[in-house]
Write a protein that binds this ligand. Sequence first.
Ligand code: MF3
Ligand code: CO
Ligand code: CO
Length: 260
Amino acid sequence: MTISIKSPEDQSRMRVAGRLTADVLDMIGEYVRPGITTAELDRICHDYIVNEQQAIPAPLDYRGFPKSICTSVNHVVCHGIPGDRSLRHGDIVNIDVTVIKDDFHGDSSRMFGVGKPTVSGQRISQIAYDAMLLGIEQVKPGGHLGDIGHSIQTYAEAHKCSIVREYCGHGIGRVFHEDPQVLHYGRPGTGIELREGMTFTIEPMINNGKRNVRLLPDGWTVITKDRSLSAQWEHTVLVTANGHEVLTLGKQDRETRNQG
Ligand code: MF3
Ligand code: CO
Ligand code: CO
């Protein structure tokens, strides 16, 4: 396993890619309404990334993926392919954006409620968000990957939700998915030790029911086997000398957290 350490120059380029990724998610929010199709969301993001940002949507043609973003609705866990399905009142949808700028990747996803959220949709989205934040809080030099997984798992399971195990966070930089794998479950003090200059994602997928998943015949779409709701949030994180920096904070979070 080779984990790349980003130089200060690489880190500033990661910061730019991360900011652009967050800008796409900030931009698309107002379009997530009943009646819009996920293919329309994809087209709006694609055009914004290519024309406004002069950047590259990393998912497009990645291992044959046909679209520029992933859209995962309700019981879809991840890697949903944008298509003709219109969003309906009460749906929850994860939009996952990965942007390449100046050779470096930013990767982030958020949950959006369509119209007025249902109680269960709101709840699972909030638990996934809080779980991701708890994982991020563990990131500091000298900490271990297992600290991240453990805090996420403990929190989600305390709320009677389950963690998907087949998919995980990942190192990121010049390469979309690089070492290390960032598991969303685990034991404190295990796994590799974190070092300043590492960059990776934290992206827990949390199910309302059982953790088991199924891959649809399209080869991409992952759903919960029991069709329970699933939620996911993702940030790209840099290990700094004193702790961490979240590279994909949206405008609102940058203002309240005073970063950037
Ligand atoms: N953005 C996803 C991740 O968080 C990966 C999507 S791969 C794709 O790692 F091909 F489905 F786009
Ligand atoms: Co990712
Ligand atoms: Co992603």
